[in-house]
Design a protein around this ligand. Structure first.
Ligand code: FAD
Length: 394
């Protein structure tokens, strides 16, 4: 049996960050992964350019049953620390809306940077390794049985990620290990994910596919996001929908403001005063794509001149534009979700070290636990911060 100080299961964002951190502390580190490539999700992230962090990271950008949990790790390894690492490796990057930072060239550079850090820190990585069993022996060491070798270690870090994108090797393995050691796992569902139409909605709205409009969307709990909304063949997508999906439960309505930041009633009144004989169709087509106007409103209403609309019709029009309410069928699920909501209950873990309170030596890092971030580089920041926290203690 080969012994290592630290074994990390999962060579993704959190596992690699953890490995380098522990390695630099002089720990003998081995990372095991069943995939044939390390950091596969990083490679496809951000459209191949990896939105690796955000300029402004706050605990409020994360969803976790215990919202204090993320504070310590995020404060100890900040986005500025990761930016400094990226700069030290000469990776060029740029900022997009809402403080999102992306590589100028390719997400590959982030994976290369992490692998280089692991190499410099002396951490070994073994890919294509299936783990068959993990146990804790009478001496308090973990034994990791794989299809190739039998290992033991003092500290075991589970960084196997969530369930999103099964075709990239996502697996529930981390949850199984947590349950095996008696830790609570909160129910999971897909997050940062497009919504799908009901069949009648599909018939009506499918012709709109490809249209993008600015929007403010409000979830049932009052959470609001203002970004682009995209109509697709299957339903609704775009940044606002992905963001709101993190706060949505099946059966709940969402409310869409199609003219965000505008006083809709005043806008209608101004149009009426400026050109009273103008048709509603023409007025609305100056504010929204024509195809959307035709699908949203009745032909007979659209044909009316603005000065023919009675007060109740104008009021209904304002409501339809500023709070178009939809109950969607569901989401596209883990197949296209960027994250998994839920996971290992953070009440089971130390927020400083990510170690299980009831199982000394067992650590978790990254998305496997019940922490999910908004769209915008927050999920990677959690992988970096929690990976460093575990790597400093394991
Ligand atoms: P992962 O990166 O998923 O790594 C888990 C590792 O564990 C994998 O290497 C996997 O092979 C391994 N593993 C799993 N099961 C086993 C097992 N049984 N045995 C051995 N190894 C196992 N976040 C952002 O912040 N910015 C973005 O731009 C962004 N874009 C994204 C785009 C897409 C398409 C997706 C799906 C996600 C995106 N995310 C983004 C989210 C981000 O990728 C994840 O939150 C992050 O990768 C989580 O890191 P992790 O290390 O916890 O898990």
């Amino acid at each position: 049996m080969k012994h290592h100080d630290v074994i990390i299961i999962g060579a993704g964002a959190a596992g690699l960050m953890c490995a380098a951190t522990a390695g630099y502390r002089g720990r003998d580190v081995l990372v095991l992964d069943n995939a044939k490539q390390a950091g596969r999700k990083i490679l496809i992230s951000g459209g191949g350019r990896c939105n690796f962090t955000n300029q402004k990271v706050e605990p409020a950008n994360f969803i976790c049953s215990n919202h204090h949990f993320v504070k310590s790790a995020l404060a100890r390894y900040r986005s500025s620390d990761f930016i400094e690492l990226v700069e030290r490796h000469g990776i060029e990057y740029h900022e997009r809306d809402h403080g999102q930072l992306f590589c100028n060239d390719s997400a590959k550079e982030i994976v290369t940077m992490l692998l280089t850090e692991c190499e410099w820190a002396g951490a070994q990585i073994k890919l294509r390794t299936e783990i068959s069993e993990i146990t804790k022996n009478s001496e308090g060491l973990f034994e990791v049985l794989t299809d190739k070798e039998h290992y033991s270690c003092q500290s075991l870090v589970i960084a196997t990620g969530g369930l999103s994108m099964p075709k990239l090797g996502a697996s529930p393995y981390g949850y199984h290990i947590a349950e095996q050691f008696g830790l609570k796992v909160l129910s999971t569902h897909a997050g940062l994910v497009p919504f799908t139409w009901h069949s009648e909605q599909k018939q009506r709205f499918e012709p709109l596919s490809g249209i993008a409009v600015p929007s403010t969307i409000t979830a049932k709990d009052g959470t609001q996001f203002s970004e682009a909304l995209l109509f697709t063949h299957r339903g609704l997508s775009g940044p606002t929908i992905l963001q709101i999906s993190n706060y949505w439960n099946p059966g709940e309505a969402i409310s869409i403001n199609l003219l965000p930041g505008e006083d809709v009633r005043a806008k209608i009144q101004q149009a009426l005063e400026a050109s009273p004989k103008q048709s509603l169709r023409n007025a609305l087509s100056q504010w929204l794509p024509k195809r959307l106007v035709e699908v949203l409103f009745d032909e007979s209403l659209l044909n009316k001149a603005l000065n023919q609309l009675v007060h109740a019709e104008r009021e209904q029009l304002a409501l339809d534009l500023e709070s178009w309410t939809l109950v969607m069928n569901g989401t596209e699920g883990y197949r296209t979700a960027e994250v998994t909501l839920g996971g290992i209950d953070t009440d089971e873990l130390s927020s400083k070290t990510m170690e299980a309170k009831s199982v000394p030596g067992l650590f978790f890092a990254g998305e496997v636990m019940d922490v999910s971030g908004w769209l915008g580089g927050f999920n990677f920041q959690w992988a970096w911060s929690s990976g460093v926290a575990a790597g400093q203690a394991a």
